[in-house]
Design a protein around this ligand. Sequence first.
Ligand code: AMP
Length: 217
Amino acid sequence: MNLMLLGAPGAGKGTQAAKLVETYHLAHISTGDILRAAVAAGTPLGMTAKSYMDKGELVPDLVVIGLVKARLQEPDTAAGFILDGFPRTVAQADALDKELEALGKQLDAVISVEVDRSALIDRLTARRTCKACGAIYNVLAQPETASGVCPACGGELFQRDDDTVETVTNRLAVYERSTAPLIDYYSKKGLLRRVDGNRSVEDVFAQIREIVESAAR
Ligand code: AMP
């Protein structure tokens, strides 16, 4: 099962990807996570990426396409994968098409998680992530996380550098300009499945499960 999660920043792609990984044991391919790891490690890739990420801009296509091509060669992707945050431009989607064809693989479904803009801004600025286990929380919906301690593992919670109000506004504009056209792109291929992401994590996941189960048939 090879899946893609499409959606604006804050739509809940990362949260739903984690649940899909847990349920279906898919390899999680998150370009955002790969880039943040490179930033944390201080590699040349990380230093280049950081200058774009801090402004809410996209890292250049050639860089992320190279990362995903390499990731798709890794053995854990053989049993299925979930793309989260890639592609974000039509050029990335075209490159992915070519790469999947070369690998003899195909996408089973593209799940578009759709959330109202006002909710996106609230969610992004309230997002907290655990340094230790990567769990994602919303400090307003889960006030127990306001202490900065992960309820799951006791790790330290942090706010992403790009989840400030200023950067979030630009990320949403970049999404509308560069990424939203992919909804049409995958709709034309007959792969798009729309999900109302304004509901609870569990309700959204229930609908995603139905999509996955029907794509697997
Ligand atoms: P995310 O964690 O998916 O919200 O990504 C965080 C940031 O990483 C984005 O705002 C971009 O700067 C960069 N990024 C992640 N994925 C991509 C991608 N597919 N193309 C370009 N930039 C990306």
